[in-house]
Design a binder for this molecule. Structure first.
Ligand code: NAP
Length: 296
């Protein structure tokens, strides 16, 4: 049981964690911090939090676990603003979609207290944001990745792990660098492709509504992630830039080969690519134990 949980940033991810723990009866009191009065009152009226604070020092006071659920680009500043108020027995964790840069920021901001910081990332979400988008079942049968370092306190890792299990998730542990490489491929690159393709079609065809009206199921599925929050994806793209740029280079090369094959009417090349992709998709995505673990 968590006696007092502080959620910094009460949007989809922070709000859903609070609701899940409340539904499971695993938290006594949740205090939420938000910059905007409207977010605080919305979170209170939706029952996401038990009390709201507009001062971050007051929000984390006496908290057993502090969850940073703000956009990736705001995590470094948030760590700096809580650092003077972090007590020795307090656990700090985050939910940011990029991990290596967050770990570096936490080292700088927290100093001696860095051992109390457990970096985390729930691989669950929707394309919606804000407190109204939060729901208790979001993490059910989804993965949460924790990326502790050698300095991270083991007891703190266990407590954060137990918190996510109580919220319905399955926890995996890996390095921050590995996380960022894997997520660049499975989430960040696909989001960039979806944003870019929908933007291109919208620019090309004034009546984008018609394009979408006639969209087959595949495009509908694929384009759904282009509805995701632009600021969140700006932060992710700029923060995980090394891994993303390396993949974009590979992807651009693959696209030029595809372009060349079509231009040269090279059906064998196309069949080879499509067959390899189909086989990989058919064999690797048949994991029955977890729901679709894509980010959104
Ligand atoms: P969200 O619904 O937009 O909520 C973010 C909250 O942070 C808002 O309630 C906002 O409240 C606050 N906030 C925004 N900018 C801020 C700033 N500069 N400083 C302090 N607070 C700020 O976003 P979310 O989808 O929950 O995402 C939160 C985190 O989870 C991000 O780091 C994201 O990378 C990660 N994540 C998202 C998903 C997903 O699919 N959405 C999945 C996994 C992880 P106020 O404006 O009222 O302060």
């Amino acid at each position: 049981m968590i006696n007092r949980l502080a959620i910094i940033g009460m949007g989809l991810i922070g709000g859903s964690l609070s609701l899940a723990l409340k539904q499971a009866g695993r938290v006594k009191h949740v205090v939420g911090f938000s910059r905007q009065a409207s977010t605080r009152s919305e979170a209170l009226s939706l029952g996401i939090i038990d009390s709201a604070e507009c001062n971050i020092a007051d929000a984390i006071k006496n908290a057993e676990i502090v969850v940073l659920a703000v956009p990736v680009g705001a995590i470094a500043d948030t760590l700096i603003s809580i650092a003077p108020y972090v007590k020795d027995n307090m656990i700090i964790t985050d939910v940011g979609s990029v991990k290596a840069q967050v770990v570096d920021s936490a080292k700088l901001a927290l100093g001696d207290k860095f051992r109390q910081f457990v970096p985390g990332h729930p691989i669950a979400g929707t394309e919606k944001s804000g407190p109204a988008a939060a729901f208790a079942e979001l993490y059910q049968e989804h993965r949460v990745v924790l990326t502790p370092t050698k300095q991270t306190d083991e007891e703190a890792v266990k407590k954060v792990c137990n918190m996510w299990i109580a919220a319905g998730a399955e926890v995996s542990i890996m390095t921050a660098e590995h996380h960022d490489d894997v997520l660049a491929a499975t989430s960040h690159l696909p989001h960039l492709l979806a944003f870019n393709l929908v933007d291109m079609l919208a620019e090309e065809d004034a009546d984008v509504a018609e394009v979408l009206r006639y969209a087959a199921g595949g495009f509908r599925d694929f384009s759904r992630i282009a509805s995701s929050d632009p600021e969140m994806w700006r932060d992710i793209s700029l923060t995980n830039s090394t891994a993303i740029l390396s993949l974009l280079n590979k992807y651009q090369h693959q696209m030029s080969l595809l372009h060349q094959a079509i231009e040269q009417q090279d059906g064998d090349y196309l069949i080879a690519v499509f067959e390899r992709a189909k086989q990989a998709r058919d064999t690797c995505f048949n994991e029955p134990s977890l729901k679709d673990s894509s980010e959104v």
